[in-house]
Design a protein around this ligand. Sequence first.
Ligand code: GLV
Length: 385
Amino acid sequence: MLSVSPPEFVDREFTKPLLCGPGPADLWPSVIEAMSKPSVTTMCEEFYHVLDDIRLGIQYLFQTRSKLVLAMSGSGHAGMEAIISNLLGPDDTLLIAARGIWDERALGVAKRYGNFTIVTEVPISNTFDFEHLESMLKKVKPTALFITHGDSSTGSVQNLEGLGKICHKHRALLLVDTVVSIAAVPFLMDEWEVDAVYTSTQKALSGPPGISPVAFSARAEHKIKNRKHEPPFYFDIPLLALQWNCYGNSRKYHHTISSPMIWALRACLQELAKETLQKSWERHTRVANHFHKRIQELPVKFLITKPEDRLSTVTTVVLPPGYDYLQFVKYMREKHNILIFAGLGPTVGKALRIGIMGVNSTIEVADALIEGMTSTLKGLKKSSL
Ligand code: GLV
């Protein structure tokens, strides 16, 4: 006897907005098409070839020759959890350079795995200088330093060039979140001596959320091979490396990977290979510079004071006194059909977060945002009179 009757699903109206929050961004048409390709089973030749293509694409994306590259099934959080749980056990210390919500998340994840954690912070409108980080590395002697490259909660970009060497001088690994920076901001894993990195597809890669590329350096691989702890089965990198054929001749089943996600990631990486990293970086910089210049026509302020610290994908803007952030977001959606976000984590009630990335990184989108924001500032002012 069934005790629950079948629900009635009514068609839901949905007007797709222009996605100008900190992600997801709109999708490449080729990605939309790729997601409707036939479902392929995890254990057939065709599927393995797609995984091989993806590994090459990820090596290009992160600029690494490491063999240990693959994609975690899950959003960027899966990447975060995978690198922390594979590299640190209960005897390890993670030093967290915190300036936004993602470092807070890393702290929460590391605590759940019983890692010893130490946090060093900067005010939300700043980034870290290497002297400070080096003094912390000397003092704490951590197993690894976790840092976020682009931070979508504050809209800042952290310089990383040279940080890997400093970490290695102090026998620490460097773990980096590149979710909202990859493909938009230069990132060179091997040259900068990064040991573990993760990203996601829904930002400058213009794909759907749900799959998270990761890569590990030789140092990180050595640490994984010699670890005494066991990470969760689902995140176990050596097992996943067998499924992804990272070392050649191993096609061992681990879990059933979502084929629409695999096709989508492959299409994102193919778009990037066509455009090239340099051109994608240049496009994001050019559009962000244009947007940042035009923002100065409005009576708003940048949250990030130093121009060189401003992230090209997410701009954080402080509204004049008297404006409400959530009302502003609502007005932009209702009157202009543009979706921007209010603050998150440390920027709640303090800033708007405006994302221009991936397929939306164009001068036209930047201008549409300025027009929408100009009219919203006027409209909300009138309605409060
Ligand atoms: C999610 O990535 C966000 O920044 O809101």
